[in-house]
Design a protein around this ligand. Structure first.
Ligand code: SAM
Length: 190
């Protein structure tokens, strides 16, 4: 198939912007798949900041990184991504290359712990402050769960109103798939 599925598409976008020696943010580490991916992209001289509010997620991610020898290049915070500007060191403000969010709940875990509109939007606003020009925020939006449609609607309203002179915003979605398939949104800071 020529059209990439959403997860490979999201990764392909990040590969274009996150370079060896760079700084990236995983806003929702979960089991750490994307954290590992970003840690590999930044290489041994780069740095990844990872956020999750669940202890289990932080622990699972820490273990995954250790097993793959990547823990030295990742700083994990059991903290809301809404605090991203406080947690990313000041010296990197303006040079973060890319960030990923997977919205929704952690598969195999408590389905009531979900990303929420207010903190998601605060995190996006914070990241827009600390991204480099040309940097990307990529969101994979799962919204089939309870609370998911509310978050999707708030997010889409926010994105439609983003100032065109500050960012361009892409929406990538398959229209004929059943059962609320996830979609990607990418924000490129100008
Ligand atoms: N990318 C992950 C992976 O590779 O396994 C999956 C992420 S899962 C869909 C969403 C995660 O967001 C959950 O682990 C959840 O605990 C976390 N989360 C929810 N609210 C959050 C917040 N305010 N800040 C950071 N993480 C949050």
């Amino acid at each position: 198939m020529i059209l990439r599925r959403v997860l490979p598409f999201a990764k392909e976008l990040l590969e274009k912007v996150v370079e060896s020696g760079g700084v990236a943010v995983d806003a929702t580490v979960g089991n750490g798949h994307d954290t590992q991916f970003l840690a590999e992209l930044v290489g041994e001289n780069g740095l990844v900041y990872g956020f999750d509010i669940q202890e289990d997620a932080i622990e699972a991610t820490r273990n995954r990184l250790r097993e793959n020898g990547l823990d030295g290049r990742v700083r994990l915070f059991q903290q809301s991504h809404a605090k991203v500007t406080d947690c990313v060191d000041d010296k990197y403000h303006g040079s973060v290359q890319g960030s990923i969010f997977n919205l929704g709940y952690l598969p195999g875990s408590d389905k009531s712990v979900i990303t929420k509109p207010a903190s998601t939007l605060m995190a996006i606003e914070g990241l827009m402050e600390i991204l480099m020009p040309g940097g990307l925020i990529v969101l994979v939006v799962y919204y089939g769960h309870e609370g998911g449609p509310d978050e999707k609607d708030s997010l889409m309203a926010f994105l439609h109103n983003m100032d065109q002179s500050k960012a361009q915003v892409l929406h990538y979605q398959f229209l004929n798939q059943k059962n609320n398939p996830p979609f990607v949104v990418a924000i490129e800071k100008k």
